[in-house]
Write a protein that binds this ligand. Structure first.
Ligand code: G6P
Length: 594
C-alpha cells in the first residue's frame, strides 16, 4: 500500500528518496513520484508503474540537486493509477504526499474549494489545495488549520517553497516515523530508512513534525510542543535481500524454520514459557485479524479453546470493528498482525480497549501502532517479510499462538500438565519438523508443472485441516490468480460439490487422525464425481490421486507443517504461470486504509 519517504539536509536528496522508495516497493503500489526543492523551486516527477519508470524519467531532464524532498509510492484508491493521480500533488507554494483516505474530501471541495480547478481525481489533492487556500505567512499555521478540517486517516509529508529548508510531517491514523542520520528522514515504514538513519522517533496520531537539517520539533494540532522519546528497532533483523533465491517468497519459505525457532526460543526457556502478561482468568476470548493473520487466528482458536476450555471467537477485523462486540474485562481480545499497521486491525484494537477488554497483540514489526497501543505484545521473530504473500510471518504467528495458549493453560491450570509438557517439548522441535517438510520441494515442482493451467481449485479439510485449507487457498489465489476456495470438507455437499466435474482439482488437508476417516469420505465423494484429489497428510493413511506426506507431530501443532507444501505449490504454480510473485497485482503488504 502507499509508502512515504521524506528527507531534509541530505546531499543528493533525489537519490536517497529513490533508494527509500525502492525499499518500500514490497508494500505494493502502482505509481511513484518525488518532489525536491532546488534554488527555492519545486522539481516534481511522478510516473505510473514501477520505480524504474520514475528513475528513467528523472534521468531524462533536470539535475535534482536539492537537499530536501518527499517521495511516494501510490496504491490507487481515489482515481486510476496514472501520472496525474500519482503523488506528490502541488498547489501554489505547497507540495505533499499522503497515505490514507480523506473521507470528507467531497464536502471540503464543496465548502472551501468550489472555485478551485482540480488537476487529479484524488482525495489527496483536497489537502494541498486547502493548504494553499489557508496559507498566509506561516506553514505550520496553515498545516494546523488544514488538518483540523480533515476526516479519515492521513500521514503527510509536506514541502513549501517559502520555507525551502523545512520538511513538515503529519500523522493521523496512518503510520509515520522520523529518523536522524546523515540528515533527517521521515518514512511510513522503517524499512525505507533503516540504513540511512540511526535514531528513530515514532510519531503518534495528532502530531505534526517540523524538520530542519539539524532539528525536529513535534507539535500537537493545537501547535503545542510535544516531547518525544527515541524508540528502538532491532536491526540484526533488517536484511532485505533475496540471498540466492529468485524471489523473496521462496527465500521466506526457506526461512520458516528459523522464524519459528526464534519465536519459540524468545519465550520458551527450558520448560517455562516466560511472558510478562498480567491477566485475569478469561471467560471468553476474541481473536481479531485480517487476511492470513485471520487464518492464523483460526488455528489459535482451536488450540486456545482446547486448552482453556472456554469459547473463543475469531473475526475479521473489518467486521468486528462495526459489530458492537460484547466485550468486558473478562473477554481479552487478541489482535494478530504481521505489520502492526493494518487499519482495520488497529481500529478493532482501539474498539476493544474502549469497551474495557485487555488487548494482547501478536505482531512482527517492533514499535508498530498495534504493538505500541495494545496492553501486551507478543512479538513474532520472523524478521522483515518482503513478499506480499505472507509465509514465514504466518508460521511465526502460529508459533506465538501456541505459546500463548500453553502459557494461559498453565497459568489457569485448565489442562493436564503432562499434555502441556508434551506440547512444549514438541514446540521446541517444531522448527526441525518444518525444515523436514521442505524436503517435498521436488514433488511439489512436478505437481506445479501438472497444475499450472487449472482455472479452479478447491481446498478441503476438517478441524485444523480446514484452517490450513483456508490459508492454502488464499496463498494460491493471491499469487497465481487461480480461482480457489476453501471449504470445511463436510460442507462441500451443501452446495459446492455441484461445481465438481471431471478433472476438477481438489486439495485435501488432513491434520487429525480422529477426523481422517471423515475426510476420506469427503475425498471419495468428490473423486466419485471426477475430481482429482491431492492430499497433504502427516503419515495418516489417506487415499487420493497423490499424497504429500509431512512429518507427524502433535495434532494441535500440525497446521505448521501442513501449510508448507501448499506455500511451495502456490509459489511454483505462480512461477510456471509467469506471475509477479513478490508483488501480485492489486495487493498490498500492509493495508493501511479501511
Ligand atoms: C494484506 C497482506 C496479507 C496479510 C494481511 C494482514 O492483505 O497481503 O499477507 O495477511 O494484509 O496484514 P497484517 O500485517 O495485519 O498481518
Amino acid at each position: 500500500m502507499c509508502g512515504i519517504i521524506g528527507c531534509c539536509g541530505v546531499e543528493g536528496a533525489a537519490g536517497a528518496l529513490i533508494k527509500g522508495l525502492e525499499r518500500l516497493e514490497y508494500r505494493g503500489y502502482d505509481s511513484a513520484g518525488i518532489a525536491t526543492i532546488s534554488n527555492g523551486k519545486f522539481e516534481i516527477e511522478k510516473k505510473k508503474g514501477r520505480i524504474s519508470a520514475l528513475k528513467n524519467a528523472l534521468k531524462s531532464h533536470r539535475d535534482y540537486a536539492g537537499k530536501i524532498g518527499i517521495g511516494h509510492t501510490r496504491w490507487a484508491t481515489h482515481g486510476a493509477p496514472n501520472d496525474i493521480n500519482a503523488h506528490p500533488h502541488q498547489s501554489g507554494k505547497f507540495a505533499l504526499v499522503h497515505n490514507g483516505i480523506i473521507e470528507n474530501y467531497a464536502q471540503l471541495k464543496e465548502q472551501y474549494l468550489k472555485l478551485t480547478n482540480f488537476k487529479s481525481e484524488t482525495d489527496t489533492e483536497v489537502i494541498v489545495q486547502l493548504l494553499n487556500r489557508l496559507y498566509s505567512t506561516s506553514c505550520l499555521d496553515a498545516i494546523a488549520k488544514t488538518v483540523k478540517l480533515l476526516e479519515g486517516s492521513f500521514a503527510l509529508a509536506i514541502l513549501c517553497e517559502d520555507e525551502p529548508d523545512k520538511l513538515y510531517c503529519v500523522r493521523q491514523g496512518s503510520p509515520l516515523l522520523g529518523g536522524v542520520g546523515n540528515g533527517i528522514f521521515a518514512a511510513s515504514d522503517i524499512t525505507a530508512i533503516s540504513d540511512m538513519a540511526e535514531i528513530f522517533y515514532r510519531m503518534d496520531d495528532g502530531e505534526i513534525a517540523e524538520i530542519t537539517e539539524s532539528n525536529v520539533n513535534f507539535y500537537n494540532f493545537e501547535l503545542e510542543r510535544v516531547e518525544k522519546e527515541r524508540c528502538e528497532f532491532a536491526f540484526e533483523d533488517m536484511r532485505t535481500d533475496k540471498g540466492n533465491c529468485e524471489h523473496f517468497m521462496l527465500k521466506e519459505i526457506y526461512e520458516e524454520p528459523e522464524a519459528i525457532r526464534r519465536t519459540v526460543d524468545a519465550y520458551l526457556m527450558e520448560s517455562t514459557i516466560e511472558l510478562k502478561l498480567e491477566i485475569d482468568k478469561p471467560e471468553q476470548i476474541y481473536i481479531v485479524a485480517c487476511g492470513s493473520a485471520y487464518h492464523a487466528g483460526l488455528v489459535g482458536k482451536k488450540i486456545l479453546s482446547e486448552l482453556l476450555k472456554i469459547p473463543v471467537t475469531v473475526e475479521t477485523a473489518s467486521e468486528f470493528r462495526y459489530s458492537n462486540p460484547l466485550l468486558n474485562s473478562k473477554t481479552p481480545v487478541i489482535i494478530i498482525s504481521q505489520s502492526g499497521e493494518t487499519a482495520d486491525s488497529l481500529a478493532a484494537l482501539r474498539e476493544a480497549k474502549k469497551l474495557g477488554s485487555k488487548t494482547i497483540s501478536v505482531v512482527n514489526v517492533a514499535n508498530s501502532s498495534i504493538a505500541v497501543e495494545s496492553d501486551f505484545v507478543l512479538y513474532t521473530k520472523a524478521g522483515p517479510e518482503i513478499a506480499v504473500a505472507t509465509t514465514k510471518a504466518y508460521s511465526a504467528q502460529l508459533a506465538a499462538l501456541y505459546l500463548l495458549a500453553i502459557y494461559l493453560a498453565e497459568k489457569f491450570k485448565t489442562a493436564e500438565q503432562a499434555q502441556l509438557d508434551k506440547l512444549k517439548k514438541e514446540l521446541k522441535e517444531l522448527n526441525k519438523k518444518v525444515s523436514l517438510t521442505l524436503d517435498c520441494e521436488e514433488q511439489i515442482k512436478r505437481l506445479a508443472e501438472e497444475l499450472k493451467d487449472i482455472d479452479h481449485a478447491y481446498f478441503i479439510g476438517r478441524g485444523l485441516g480446514y484452517c490450513a485449507a483456508a490459508e492454502g487457498s488464499l496463498k494460491l489465489k493471491e499469487i497465481s490468480y487461480i480461482h480457489s476456495e476453501a471449504y470445511a470438507a463436510g460442507e462441500m455437499k451443501h452446495g459446492t460439490i455441484s461445481l465438481i466435474e471431471k478433472g476438477t482439482t481438489v486439495i485435501a488437508m488432513n491434520t487429525q487422525a480422529e477426523l481422517a476417516s471423515k475426510l476420506q469420505s469427503n475425498i471419495d465423494e468428490v473423486r466419485a464425481r471426477g475430481a482429482k484429489v491431492f492430499a497433504v497428510t502427516s503419515g495418516i493413511d489417506i487415499t487420493a490421486d497423490e499424497t504429500i506426506i509431512t512429518p507427524a507431530l502433535h495434532p494441535l501443532l500440525q497446521t505448521s507443517t501442513q501449510i508448507v507444501p501448499i506455500q511451495l505449490l502456490s509459489y511454483y504454480i505462480a512461477k510456471e504461470r509467469g506471475c509477479d510473485i513478490d508483488k501480485p497485482r492489486n495487493l498490498a503488504k500492509s493495508v493501511t486504509v479501511e
